[in-house]
Design a protein around this ligand. Structure first.
Ligand SMILES: [Zn+2]
Length: 191
């Protein structure tokens, strides 16, 4: 097959050279409106075209690759005595697989246990392309299963205003817990 980025012949959809040249993650950090840190791995412009594959067959491969290059790398450098759990926003199955569940799964290591189907939006409305005001007026109405751990990592793929994560954090706080930090593949607000 041909590499989808450079069109050279390769055994994978994206060749090793392109993985190294274009998909080495850069860590960025910002604070969400609630003061919780959001760490992201790619500039939106860098992976925008790849993310458009999200709802195609190629999307599963792309997300698995990006998860391996970013989330997995992060987890392998994240050494703590405390045990963490990680929860993905909206890890319901769409078009055969869940994008955020793939990212969450890549975090699995001795001190991080990914949990699935734990945080669910009752309101399935899409925020894609919608304004901040629209997002605030149409809350996702999250439901969270009872959490046992005090150390919680929240996972999402594409963060824009941070409204979704902020709403999810608030819901977790109702259980008397605090989210330690959030991880996202890309933070659109960073240029
Ligand atoms: Zn290539």
């Amino acid at each position: 097959m041909k590499c989808i980025l450079c069109e050279r012949y390769t055994f994978t959809h994206i060749c090793k050279t392109c993985q190294k040249n274009f998909l080495s993650p850069s860590f960025s950090k910002r604070k969400l409106p609630n003061g919780i840190d959001l760490i992201s791995f790619y500039k939106y412009e860098e992976i925008k075209k790849l993310l458009f594959t999200k709802h195609t067959d190629l999307g599963f491969y792309i997300y698995t690759l990006l998860a391996k290059l970013s989330f997995k790398q992060f987890a392998q450098k994240f050494h703590t005595k405390e045990k963490y759990i990680s929860l993905a926003i909206d890890d319901t199955i769409k078009s055969g697989y869940s994008h955020t569940a793939i990212l969450n799964h890549a975090l699995k290591t001795y001190n991080i246990s990914p949990l699935y189907n734990t945080i669910r939006a009752k309101n399935r409305i899409s925020y894609s392309g919608k304004s901040k005001i629209f997002r605030q007026e149409n809350p996702r109405d999250f439901q969270v299963k009872k959490l046992k751990s005090e150390n919680i990592i929240l996972v999402d793929d594409i963060v824009t205003t941070g409204q979704t994560l902020t709403q999810a954090c608030a819901k977790i706080e109702e259980q008397g817990k605090t989210v330690s930090f959030c991880l996202a593949l890309t933070d659109v607000s960073l240029k």
